[in-house]
Design a protein around this ligand. Structure first.
Ligand code: PLP
Length: 224
């Protein structure tokens, strides 16, 4: 896979070990057949951004996957349906009430749910995510949610061709990540830094990402 070579090259540039970087294949808009083929080719982690679409595909895959991640904006009325798909990681927590609802359902089901907090590092209004400066208070507030495990942070880089601006977003998230690592909170362990998509994953690797969310660079351009 060409993409693995590029990940390795970006790692070499910054003295990072490629083995510590997870490649999440973003399968939104891809058919069940396409996803099966990707799984056969060695993809092990898949991600969807819409609950309705995920519901129609994930349970029907013939090939096994190791992990299913949810990466899109999560409306609170979709939480229950998402939980039925047993996501291994939800990247996109941006509302406390939604997180509380996930915790409630997790308690009822006797499970713990792994999440990342989505931070809006670009300041673009079109982007979901909490404001960077409230990350700490958001995490502290989640302290009592016993069936939630906060495992890191996620961001989407600025939508621009200006690489310096994209890098700034990633650098900001990494800095917050390092600060949050210092928190001593039972349900919080800063392990994952989810950033970098098809157009900017090399910059993300250089800035410390350890989960890359890649769609079109793996599957080709999306038509819709
Ligand atoms: C679509 C999507 C991606 C992948 O985008 P590509 O540019 O196709 O790699 C990554 N993260 C999120 C949240 C997405 O919605």
């Amino acid at each position: 896979m060409k993409i693995m070579k590029r990940i390795e090259a970006a790692c070499a540039k910054t003295d990072r070990n490629p083995a510590e970087i997870l490649l999440l294949a973003v399968t939104k808009t891809r058919s069940i057949e396409e996803i099966n083929l990707a799984l056969k080719a060695g993809i092990s982690i898949i991600g969807e951004n819409k609950v309705q679409e995920a519901e129609a595909k994930i349970p029907y895959l013939q090939e096994n996957y190791k992990q299913f991640h949810f990466i899109g904006h999560l409306q609170s009325n979709k939480v229950k349906k998402l939980m039925q798909l047993k996501p291994d990681l939800i990247h996109s927590i941006d509302s406390f009430s939604t997180l509380k609802k996930i915790n409630q359902l997790a308690i009822e089901n006797g499970i713990t749910v792994n999440v990342l907090i989505q931070v809006n590092t670009s300041g673009e209004e079109s982007k979901f995510g909490i404001q960077p400066d409230i990350t700490e208070s958001f995490i502290l507030r989640a302290k009592t949610l016993a069936n939630i495990r906060i495992l890191g942070l996620m961001t989407i880089g600025m939508f621009t061709s200006d690489q310096a601006k994209i890098r700034k977003c990633f650098r900001k998230l990494h800095e917050i990540f390092l600060n949050m690592k210092k928190l001593k909170q039972a349900n919080c362990e800063m392990k994952f830094l989810s950033m970098g998509m098809s157009g900017d994953y090399e910059i993300a690797i250089e800035e410390g990402a350890n989960i890359l969310r890649i769609g079109s660079a793996l599957f080709g351009p999306r038509v819709n």
